[in-house]
Design a protein. Structure first.
Length: 164
């Protein structure tokens, strides 16, 4: 193409581009209805650094890699009660009445979530392996606020796998 030559519209725009949208996902957690999940974060990881001092310089290499906790928010309707579904999972971790803690084999779950395309096709699939509830917050109440009640969960997991 010569300098000063005009471009045609088909030469400017890349037409085979369909972005993944934040509102197109389905998260599957055994015991919690998928339609109750309002927001979620995608997995993230962080690697420690190891400093290697050598003479007058320092070089760095990667240390341990750790997957970061994942935040999700649930709607809490009257029926089905998300609060009840969450507490059932929590009871597998810890039973408040008896003080008994559960075996990890019972409370750790593998969670999958899919990003879907515009026609409902699965375009990306993640699996969180060994997930459990690190913290749960059933929200606050106020006579001056008429917004829906939500539950916030922080999920800790061993690792994540991007299947496709």
């Amino acid at each position: 193409m010569a300098v000063g030559e005009l471009l045609e519209p088909q030469d400017i725009m890349f037409t085979n581009f369909e972005p993944k949208l934040k509102n197109r996902y389905i998260m599957n957690i055994d015991g919690i209805n998928a339609f109750l999940i309002k927001t979620m974060a995608r997995p993230s990881l962080e690697s420690e650094e190891v400093a290697l001092p050598h003479m007058n310089v320092t070089r760095y290499v990667k240390g341990r890699t750790q997957w970061q906790p994942l935040e999700i928010t649930l709607y809490d309707p009257i029926v089905p009660s998300a609060a009840q579904q969450v507490i059932e999972w929590v009871r597998l971790h810890h039973e408040s009445v008896t003080g008994r803690d559960g075996y990890s084999d019972f409370y750790k779950k593998n969670i999958t979530f899919n990003l879907v395309g515009p026609v409902g096709d699965i375009v990306e699939e993640w699996e969180l392996v060994g997930a459990y509830i690190q913290s749960a917050n059933w929200g606050d109440m106020s006579f001056e606020d008429s917004t829906p009640v939500e539950i916030s969960l922080t999920l800790r997991y061993d690792y994540a796998v991007l299947k496709f």
